[in-house]
Design a protein. Structure first.
Length: 253
């Protein structure tokens, strides 16, 4: 009995020595000075979007500045339509992947704002911290999942919840990754097509050069045959003149 009385007296002393209950002003100041539950950057996605916007403006300025060179390189100097088709497919896939990536970054920016609002409500010790947050936010879905598990006296496995969330987000990011892989393969395919077209052009140029050299050789051979025939026609007269000269010199002697 004496031990139980000492325990109850110690508990009463602890309750009476609670500064947050006896001094409400001091307790509120201590709660206000408490650091936030999670330290994160709620403007990370916004900064990435701003960088992408700046990069897009610079790219458009460079394209407009070198528009004549790009037109000559990709449109006017194309030997076949294969190059236009490959380049058009590459540009289309790049634009689609970039649009999907920008939409995902906007979604993550909303999730960051929702997480900041939820953590602020937790720091303020609101009864329902998810009241002012969108119900479709990831933090609200996680909060309701934890509440349901605790209501049914089920141990909360945060690793399993995190793995399911990561699998869902990987399905959302599968299209940009697919576009990335396809662009790499399309670049290799474009290189192979360009090399094949270059080899075909080189073979055609070589055949044209061979035809020209054959024509020149035939023309030179015909000229040589004509000159030889002319020489053979002029040789009998010269032989007769030489014979006459020889006979005159013999008679004089």
């Amino acid at each position: 009995m004496k031990r139980m009385d000492s325990v109850t007296v110690g508990a009463d002393r602890l309750q009476t020595a609670d500064p947050l209950r006896d001094e409400p002003e001091r307790g509120s100041s201590l709660r206000a000075e408490r650091p936030p539950m999670i330290d994160f950057d709620d403007r990370f996605s916004r900064r990435i979007l701003i960088r992408l916007l700046i990069l897009a403006i610079v790219a458009v300025a460079l394209i407009l500045g070198s528009l004549q060179f790009i037109t000559q390189l990709y449109f006017e100097n194309q030997l076949t339509m294969v190059g236009l088709a490959v380049n058009g497919a590459i540009v289309l896939l790049f634009v689609l992947g970039l649009a999907r990536l920008v939409a995902t970054l906007f979604r993550y920016a909303r999730e960051e704002r929702a997480l900041g609002t939820f953590l602020g409500a937790l720091d303020a010790e609101d009864e329902n911290p998810a009241y002012e947050v969108d119900s479709r936010a990831m933090i609200v879905q996680r909060y309701h999942a934890v509440l349901r598990l605790t209501e049914h006296n089920v141990p909360v496995n945060h690793g399993a919840l995190a793995s399911t969330l990561m699998s869902n987000e990987n399905t959302r990011l599968s299209f940009p990754r697919f576009v990335n892989n396809v662009l790499i393969l399309t670049g290799v395919f474009g290189t192979i097509v360009a090399l094949s077209i270059a080899l075909v052009g080189a073979s055609e140029a070589q055949s044209a050069i061979a035809a020209r050299s054959l024509a020149r050789n035939s023309a030179s051979s015909s000229r040589n045959s004509r000159s030889s025939s002319n020489d053979s026609g002029a040789n009998p007269g010269s032989r007769r003149a030489d014979a006459r000269r020889a006979s005159c010199s013999w008679s004089e002697s």
